[in-house]
Design a protein around this ligand. Structure first.
Ligand SMILES: NC(=O)c1ccc[n+]([C@@H]2O[C@H](COP(=O)([O-])OP(=O)(O)OC[C@H]3O[C@@H](n4cnc5c(N)ncnc54)[C@H](O)[C@@H]3O)[C@@H](O)[C@H]2O)c1
Length: 345
């Protein structure tokens, strides 16, 4: 299959490029330039990509031209402004990218005859958070209080409406939560900030140490996206899917920080800053992923704490001077071996 990934220069996009490549698929991409030090750059992933389009998805005409020029079999739409705190600082860019950018990608994909399946990544934050512990199911109400969450809920509703209003290639909406893995460079993500602090030898401030979050390795999340993509390509209809970890991976920020510090070195440390004032962020929001487990046969292969060990190991290996492409590819291969062991896939 030839898959065009929007957001291929970002964290998930880079891992998905390697994963699809290892699965024998052809990959093209459409994104902004990578952030400095991004996995896409340090692992020279451009070499794995057939067409590498640097296009702003807010530009409908250029987005349509790029997708038409690649003529892929499938589109996986990851491009977004995905950070809650940045969404308060740059709400217009966030809404334009996440909402109208999604519209432009859907419209462009629909106009290219070769496209037989589209996957759109939203997030667990699209659900209206009623502060309950039980996981949210796919048919529950959407909402979102901060600009990021509401922009993704809008993108999700827009995609559902598009799939119903303009029949064409089936569209799978995939909703996942926080993911961890080697090579993320986004500011304001806990494990990225922690590893940067450990590297510098400075203790990182943590805002919500007692918040419980679901933690999933990026490869488990992307593997779920690939399951959805395959099912659509094989003829499944448009639908929404939760791709989240089970309760074994619902862990406090405090425990994550302590475990990572101990895995890093004897001197690694962090600061509890729960007393300071911070912008609003939603409390625990868990996904009920039983639909994907029962109907697609997908499940997590790397539960906590292994998800964390692979993340720390990735960073330590690259710090020791190992090549980022090899470290990433080795982890993808080890993951795919588990997939074969677990499911005979
Ligand atoms: N990382 C997580 O923990 C997480 C959790 C839930 C959902 N998601 C979703 O997964 C997707 C990928 O997230 P990520 O962590 O890889 O983010 P990232 O910030 O690492 O990458 C974002 C990608 O989108 C591209 N992009 C941003 N604005 C663009 C624009 N206007 N035009 C074209 N490209 C643009 C960037 O160039 C980059 O390639 C997003 O849709 C995000 O909302 C991520």
């Amino acid at each position: 299959m030839h898959v065009l990934i929007t957001g291929h220069t970002g964290f998930k996009g880079a891992w998905l490029t390697v994963l699809l490549h290892e699965l024998g698929h052809t990959v093209s991409g459409l994104s902004l330039d990578p952030e400095p030090g991004a996995l896409y750059e340090i692992a020279a992933l451009k070499e794995l990509v057939q067409q590498d389009h640097r296009v702003d998805i807010r530009d409908a005409a250029r987005t349509a031209d790029a997708i038409a020029s690649a003529a892929p079999d499938a589109v996986v739409h990851l491009a977004a402004q995905p950070l809650v705190r940045r969404s308060y600082r740059e709400p217009r860019f966030t809404y334009e990218t996440n909402v109208m950018g999604t519209y432009n990608v859907l419209e462009a994909s629909a106009s290219v005859a070769s496209v037989r399946a589209v996957v759109v990544a939203t997030t667990d934050k699209v659900y209206r958070n009623v502060n309950r512990v039980a996981g949210y199911r796919e048919d529950e109400a959407l909402g979102g209080d901060d600009p990021y969450s509401s922009s993704k809920a809008m993108a999700d509703l827009l995609t559902q409406s598009w799939a119903k209003s303009f029949p064409g290639a089936p569209i799978g909406i995939v909703r996942a939560g926080n993911v961890i893995g080697g090579g993320d460079v986004s500011a304001d993500r806990l494990f990225v900030d922690l590893i940067e602090g450990f590297r510098r030898g400075t203790a990182v401030d943590i805002r919500y140490p007692d918040a419980v979050r679901p933690w999933q390795h990026v490869l488990d999340c992307l593997n779920g996206y690939v399951y959805v993509l395959r099912s659509l390509h094989d003829g499944a209809p448009s639908d929404a899917w939760n791709i989240g970890p089970d309760e074994r991976s619902f862990i406090t920020v405090r425990e994550i920080a302590d475990t990572m510090a101990s895995q890093w070195s004897a001197s690694a440390a962090w600061n509890d800053r729960s007393d300071a004032e911070h912008p609003y962020e939603a409390g625990l929001l868990a996904l009920d992923a039983s639909k994907a487990v029962n109907e697609l046969g997908w499940s997590d292969l790397l539960a906590y704490p292994e998800s964390l060990e692979w993340t720390v190991e990735w960073a330590k290996s690259v710090d020791r001077g190992l090549d980022a492409r090899s470290v990433t590819t080795d982890q993808v291969r080890a993951f795919l071996s588990r997939e074969i062991e677990a499911r005979g896939a």
